[in-house]
Write a protein that binds this ligand. Sequence first.
Ligand code: FES
Ligand SMILES: [Fe+2]
Length: 416
Amino acid sequence: MMYGANNNEFRIFSAHHFIVQFVSIPFRQRKNLNMAATPLISVAKRLLANVDADHADYSETIVNVAVRNYRDTDRFEREVENIFHRSPLLVALSCDLREHGDFASLVIAGRPILVVRGKDGIARAFLNICRHRGAPVTEECFGHSRRFTCPYHSWVYDTEGALVGNTDRAAFEGIDVDSLVELPTAEKSGAVFAILTPGLALDIDAWLGDMASALDILNLNNLYRHRDGLLAESGNWKATADGYVDGYHLGYLHGKSIGTKSITNRNTYDLYGPHVRLGFANKPLPAMRDLPDEEWELPNAMSLVHYIFPNISISGQPNGGLMMSRILPGSTPDRCQVEQFQYFREPMTTPEQIADADYKRDLYLAVTRDEDFATVIKITDAMAAIPEDVMRYGRNESGNQNLHRWAAALADGTTP
Ligand code: FES
Ligand SMILES: [Fe+2]
């Protein structure tokens, strides 16, 4: 039975139809406060202990989240404004911007952004909005250029965002702008973060906390992206994010695809503020029980997902390839898009490497689109029929509990 080890609590909860919302900080989050992320061998040992105990890391309580919290338009607008427009968002990996002039452009929650490595080596983010009359100065997702020429009337900006040329100068003599609008930007642990509202303070150390040292273990600096991203549609953005912070479903929803190598629902959850590192036990793990630490083959023993709140999932290990997924909220609460990026430890150059990478890329898209996002769209649409009900997050779903606790608090302009 799904609630086997948790039967009494479930009965109590059912009898009173008691809605527990955001009442306590789980033990592990308190335990990890101000500590560096634990090394991966200790994650593997915790996973083995969970396999032996027949359950995942447990939080203290069941947490219910009201269905109206997913569908309410006012709440969704507060989420966009207070979370997506006012929190540091991962806008590129450092390896996407290796050289002066390397850039990425993207649109998140209605804000067009250009991220460029300057000649001083600093990565800066700007609103990708021309200061003449608002056209995007580039629409390439990734590229390399020392100049950005707006396609509308050919105003030109450099890699520091300065307006360095405009056509018909006489007509604009005395104009009141000289650069793109710069956004607060910081680079840390192999990733570039920006706040999509100009002028806000960005304290990246405070925002990432111990997630920074967890990301450091992944060596994000040492990666090469294979092609541009692939887009897929999903349902509500939080219900979509749920799929990335939930280790529970792997052997069920993905039981015939990416879940076959996993011992499902034995996950570790390391909560770092709003962010989470999930560990997944794989079937070869128990055979390593009696080996000395240095002989544990961690890439076989376990899988890892790092979720960087509010919208980035990185799936993979320190020395292997990675998939990064970015959730892009739509203009309404019921749909979002997910963009998926594939990275390797070396550039894919031979026809065989490229064919193999493309196969994995398409497979991952098919699994997430046909299994995860198809389910999330059905859930999102079904919520219209149960507006007074709740979504129920068990003690084995502390990643989800943490996500909703932080999303609710930040949407209201507070912290948990
Ligand atoms: S809008 Fe960019 S040059 Fe006119
Ligand atoms: Fe999934």
